[in-house]
Ligand binder design. Structure first.
Ligand SMILES: [Zn+2]
Ligand SMILES: [Zn+2]
Length: 244
């Protein structure tokens, strides 16, 4: 959550990987970028952050003739995790991630949707497995690395593939902006550290899918992001601070 309610529906089909294909499906009134990642040959698929509209996601899976293998979550906010339980019930797949420190968010998804006036949009969920920094996820033989990136939420993770130059960053970083830190257990300095010490070292050419809005690259954000461009916070790369 954290963006406007103006974009609802539609899908973007992005082809940029040799073996895997990616479809971005904005879901919920928050227009959260759910990513459907699938292998072109085996048709095995994962959904990253199916925040809601589980029925619409099911019909996309069906239209593409792909088989859902797992659900991966970047963090526990309602618009990212709210559809996971229903999809798990339907397909019998595992929900993996985020880090355990986000469980308190996932315990209150139903309450929070009701508070936003959308009761029934999502359900509480307890993942089958929490993620830790350095964990590796796999889809059809392609490996994705997990980075624990607290700040927006304490248990937020980023999932990336260095070779394909693609990162799923949830609400850590956006085109021109960064995640909100006015929630319980959010920490602005942790978010800045996560961005400069966990994301920037992955390279300027690393492209990312944010939780909301258009794609970008880390290099682009280091150039002109209003919050974390190099000229604003200094080149706080991996070597300039003592924080691990
Ligand atoms: Zn969000
Ligand atoms: Zn969020």
């Amino acid at each position: 959550m954290g963006c406007g309610l103006d974009r609802f529906g539609g899908t973007d089909h992005i082809v940029f990987m040799a073996q895997l294909d990616l479809q971005i499906i904005p879901v919920t009134p928050f227009a959260q970028n759910c990513s459907l990642l699938y292998d072109k040959d085996s048709r095995e698929a994962v959904l990253i952050d199916p925040g809601g509209e589980a029925e619409r996601l099911q019909s996309v899976l069906k239209d593409l003739d792909v088989t859902l293998k797992e659900i991966w979550l970047t963090h526990g906010h309602l618009d990212h995790a709210g559809g996971a339980q229903e999809l798990r019930d339907t397909f019998g797949v595992s929900v993996i991630g985020p880090h355990k420190d986000d469980q308190f968010w996932m315990d209150d998804i139903e309450l929070h949707w009701a508070n936003y006036g959308h009761a029934g949009m999502g359900r509480n969920v307890v993942p089958d497995r929490y993620l830790e920094d350095g964990d590796v996820l796999e889809l059809a033989g392609v490996h994705f690395t997990v980075a624990h990136t607290p700040g927006h939420t304490p248990g937020h993770v980023v999932i990336y593939n260095q070779k394909m130059k693609i990162a799923f960053v949830g609400d850590v970083l956006f085109r021109g902006s960064i995640g909100r830190t006015d929630f319980p257990k959010s920490k602005h300095q942790d978010l800045l550290n996560s961005i400069t010490q966990k994301l920037w070292p992955l390279g300027d050419d690393m492209r990312f899918i944010p939780g909301h809005g258009p794609m970008s690259s880390f290099g682009q954000e280091r150039k002109d992001n209003a919050f974390v461009a190099d000229h604003i916070i200094g080149t706080a790369g991996p070597n300039t601070t003592g924080v691990a």
